[in-house]
Design a protein around this ligand. Structure first.
Ligand SMILES: Nc1ncnc2c1ncn2[C@@H]1O[C@H](COP(=O)(O)OP(=O)(O)O)[C@@H](O)[C@H]1O
Ligand SMILES: [Mg+2]
Length: 468
């Protein structure tokens, strides 16, 4: 039990590595382990405790993108770690201003700044006593070293850059940094989390359910998220894929670039709709995607129309908005498209789903060329860096319109990019067929590349009347 003076009583029992973290004063420390071991909780508890105990202290909570931090990390902070402090008013959230970043401000003068590496200016101009990086494999070593230079506020007898992460490949810079002794690695296990395990080593009922989900994972996802191992996927289909090269910051593609939409239907499995922009040299950029399970095609149609249009007049009040309403508003001049309409919508072959999509979006679609082997080769060749030093396919950061909480809970990929690093061959020697799992974004991406690079295919029937 941790009790702060008078006003506040908070219960948190750190076990195993969580306890070690509380006592650790090393300049760089990493909580590494599988999903759900209490890594983030431990880091947040330590930060909060330090802020309470050291008036005037400055801390920073950081993730690669601010969006991902607010959607996950800060929920644990608000609901579990700092709930009493927030309720009693000794801790207040400040939403940020043009000059100042968002922050939690303590009654004793301590501050916890909240930020993303995607917008570093506001946070990097300050100094801190302690910094916590959530899911540290997402940032670069360069970012990490920049953060180290920000540690010098001097309100504590030590400085600390602490971080947590699920493992990645053994060759990841963060693992190497730990092996070289620059960063202390604390290896967390599920037994460290009292929600999942009892003291006698038996699982709680929540533990049975959660470990059951992780046991259902396959391949490298299971090795990392269930067992906490730093391992690379073997037999990766897109070996050329390198986030440093292919993953780019988000930007609005110029109006003049051609747009394409590609769709892989799914209900139990995620439905994927990718929006691609093609630059004048034929390079493809994935700039937006819907990646969501358990929704109807007509709802996806409405969601994509909401993404590409904006209200410009007095639209009628409606309880529920449908794709048809949006199209009506556009026709009535009350809404307009904010980006070019797609030159083509390329779809998986389900006739009924294609019909539904074309009816609700109001744009016809064509059936994708689904030939897998040469399709994969075409994607591989686009991924190669050519003479000008660039590949011919790119993925923007944070393309997903809305992360699917159900997929997140099951620890499955939630975007095309999240599938890429674990898309592997069934038989690593023959490289004939990829494992048919977590491949929905992979298929959709292949349809896109096939459309542009695999000419000479048989003409396909176009739903919605138009022939191409
Ligand atoms: N010592 C603890 N006492 C109570 N709840 C805990 C403890 N450690 C972790 N939890 C809870 O378990 C869940 C998973 O913890 P989290 O820190 O998000 O795991 P990780 O970051 O390792 O994936 C969270 O709801 C967290 O509040
Ligand atoms: Mg975490």
């Amino acid at each position: 039990m941790i009790t702060a003076p008078v006003v506040l009583q908070h219960f948190y029992e750190p076990w195993g590595t969580a306890r070690e973290l509380l006592h650790c004063r090393d300049t760089e420390v990493l909580m590494s382990g599988p999903a759900g071991t209490g890594k983030s909780r431990a880091c947040l508890q330590k930060l909060h405790l330090m802020c309470l105990a050291n008036p005037g202290m400055r801390g920073l909570i950081l993730r690669k993108t601010l969006v991902s931090l607010t959607s996950t990390g800060l929920v644990t902070f608000k609901e579990h770690v700092a709930s009493e402090a927030l309720a009693t008013g000794i801790l207040k959230f400040f939403g940020g201003s043009a000059k100042e970043p968002a922050a939690y401000k303590y009654g004793n003068g301590s501050t916890l700044v909240v930020g993303g590496m995607d917008n570093p200016t506001k946070i990097m101009s300050s100094e801190y006593d302690v910094i916590y990086v959530q899911e540290a494999i997402e940032i670069s070593e360069d970012d990490w070293e920049k953060l180290l230079t920000r540690l010098r506020n001097g309100k504590l007898s030590f400085h600390q850059l602490m971080a947590d992460t699920n493992p990645d490949a053994e060759t990841h810079w963060l693992n190497i940094r730990c092996q070289n002794g620059k960063t202390t690695m604390l290896r967390c296990t599920h037994e460290d989390n009292p929600v999942l395990f009892n003291r006698d080593g038996s699982k709680t009922s929540a533990g049975e359910a959660y470990i059951g989900i992780l046991d259902g994972l396959t391949g490298v996802r299971k090795q990392r998220l269930r067992h906490g191992l730093w391992v690379a996927a073997e037999g990766i289909v897109y070996e050329e894929y390198n986030p440093k090269v292919h993953l780019v910051d988000k930007f609005a593609p110029p109006e003049s670039w051609t747009r394409w939409w590609c769709v892989d239907f799914g209900y139990t499995n995620p439905f994927v709709l990718q929006c691609w922009a093609e630059d004048p040299d034929g390079r493809l950029y994935l700039y937006r995607e819907i990646y969501h399970s358990k929704r109807l095609v007509e709802d996806h149609a409405r969601d994509i129309l909401l993404q590409v249009t904006k209200v410009t007049g007095r639209v009628p009040d409606r309880k529920v908005l449908t794709a048809k309403d949006i199209r009506d508003d556009v026709r009535a001049g009350l809404r307009e498209w904010t980006e070019p309409k797609p030159r083509g919508i390329i779809c998986d072959h389900d006739a009924e789903d294609r019909e539904t999509l074309s009816k609700h979006v109001g744009i016809s679609n064509t059936a994708a060329d689904k030939r897998k082997k040469i399709g994969i080769q075409a994607v591989q060749s686009r991924m190669k860096v050519i003479e000008d030093g660039r590949p011919r396919i790119f993925f923007m950061e944070n393309t997903v319109v809305e992360r699917d909480p159900e997929l997140e809970r099951k620890k499955l990929p939630c975007s095309t990019v999240e599938e890429l690093a674990t898309y592997v061959w069934e038989d690593k020697a023959t490289k004939e067929e990829p494992v048919k799992e977590n491949d929905h974004g992979m298929d959709t991406m292949r349809y896109m590349v096939a459309e542009r690079d695999m000419g000479g295919r048989p003409r396909v029937r176009t739903l919605g009347g138009r022939r191409r």
